[in-house]
Design a binder for this molecule. Structure first.
Ligand code: APR
Length: 251
């Protein structure tokens, strides 16, 4: 696939880039999307029975077991060429003193594993668990928990530090993501259907503020209509090309 000249120029001259990623970028690492993950033993459940505060209250054992199994999948997954390319772009932009912000809707932690230093995790992280009683949170990088729900030292139940349906997004993350969308002049939307709040809002914010919009997705999405450049393809194929163009500027 050819990258349009205007986009090459924008990547090399634009000082402010904001990237937003969704489930599509992690698909190539074997992380099933939420809906695809409802398989095997879990096929009989509705996401609303597992990913809501009410479900946790009703059956904390089942909900934490499900999330712990997903945590294991995320820990054993490896970041792919798309994740690595974004980490390279972050370095290239920062090295030349330019602004680069990465926002993700994914909870799998793969951007950090790939070396991205500054990641705004809008939906939290499945690797971090917190106590519902005392709020203490820590990363969990080891094997499966021994009991469900896992317990805090204070005796409280622990839950994954992710945003469930019906919960608010972390305020500081939303504030930073909105500011990044307002102040960028190139906004990349990667592997997201862009329909779920806040993805659509962030893209609109960037568009209205005058940024050029780039979409990387093998399929058209509702956001494609707003895109200045639609790059049809998989994140793992397209992003390394964009990273290479960005890095070429440094030479
Ligand atoms: N590279 C790039 N894009 C891809 C790839 C790939 N290899 N494979 C699939 N896609 C695209 C699909 O075409 C689709 O547009 O990724 C998008 C995934 O869309 P969703 O599954 O809706 O994921 P996302 O946009 O992250 O969903 C947002 O909804 O289910 C909730 O909380 C969940 O964070 C999630 C939110």
């Amino acid at each position: 696939m050819n990258i349009p000249d205007e986009l090459i120029q924008a990547l090399q001259q634009t000082a402010r880039v904001t990237v937003m990623t969704g489930a599509g970028i992690s698909q190539e690492s074997g992380i099933p999307t939420f809906r695809d993950a409802m398989e095997g033993l879990w096929a009989k459940y509705d996401p609303a029975e597992l990913a809501t505060p009410e479900a946790f209250e009703r059956d904390p054992e089942r909900v934490t077991r499900w999330y712990d199994e997903r945590r294991m999948k995320c820990l054993s997954a490896r970041p792919n060429a798309g994740h690595h390319a974004l980490a390279r772009m972050e370095s290239a932009f920062q090295d030349r003193g330019d602004y680069f912000v990465l926002i993700t809707q994914n909870i799998d932690g793969l951007h950090r594993s790939a070396g991205s230093r500054d990641v705004i995790e809008l939906h939290g992280s499945i690797r971090r668990w917190r106590c519902v009683a005392c709020n203490r949170a820590r990363d969990e990088d080891g094997g499966l928990f021994e009991t469900y729900p896992p317990r805090c030292e204070c005796g409280g139940m622990r839950r994954p530090d992710v945003v469930w349906f019906g919960e608010f997004l972390p305020e500081a993350a939303v504030r930073r993501a909105t500011a990044a969308s307002l102040s960028c002049n190139l906004f990349l939307s990667v592997g997201t259907s862009g329909v779920v709040y806040p993805a659509a809002d962030l893209l609109n914010t960037a568009k209205v503020a005058g940024a050029k919009i780039v979409e990387v997705n093998p399929e058209p999405t509702p956001a494609s209509a707003f895109a200045d450049w639609m790059l049809p393809g998989r994140a793992g194929d397209v992003l390394p090309k964009l990273a290479e163009i960005t890095e070429r500027k440094r030479m």
